[in-house]
Design a protein around this ligand. Structure first.
Ligand code: ZN
Length: 161
């Protein structure tokens, strides 16, 4: 089911999301909805608080366009800094340059509750950091270089998260 994506001003976007304890059908339904919602909005990632659910669940689109869901994700290790333009499905049409780690190692759980760890670089590392920030109420505008903000009227699907 496609859910409504909340935008800047919704209090839940600034709250710390709660850890998931039950890996049940409700969680899998939430993840399916998140994937469907992300795809319909042409996003590269989505965090549960963006659809009004205060739980530590994210989905990101991998290089092969396969969605990767992660529950209770944690950044174990990061290296380097890369500067690139970023946007957010919850802040439509606004883009800015955000410094992010060039490499991250992230641990978490898959929808069945199995522990997984992922190493990522570039766009995927950026997407993981962006979505994990959402779980702590942090938005890309908090980390962007202030003089790089720009409004884009035309939909620019590939860099929305
Ligand atoms: Zn976002």
């Amino acid at each position: 089911m496609i859910r409504k994506i909340l935008t800047l001003g919704a209090p839940i976007l600034r709250e710390k999301a709660l850890p998931v304890h039950k890996f049940d059908a409700n969680l899998r339904r939430l993840i399916n909805d998140m994937i469907e919602t992300m795809k319909s909005a042409n996003g590269a990632g989505l965090a549960a608080p963006q659809i009004g659910v205060s739980q530590r669940v994210i989905v990101v689109l991998q290089e092969n366009d396969k969605p990767l869901p992660l529950v209770n994700p944690t950044i174990l290790h990061s290296e380097g800094i890369e500067e690139d333009e970023e946007g957010c499905l919850s802040i439509p049409n606004l883009y800015a340059i955000v410094p992010r780690p060039a490499y991250v190692k992230v641990s978490g759980f898959n929808p069945k509750g199995r522990a997984v760890s992922i190493e990522a670089e570039g766009i995927l590392a950026r997407a993981l950091c962006h979505e994990i920030d959402h779980l702590d109420g942090v938005l890309f505008i908090d980390k962007a270089y202030p003089d790089t903000f720009r409004w884009v009227k035309v939909e620019k699907a590939e860099s929305k998260r």
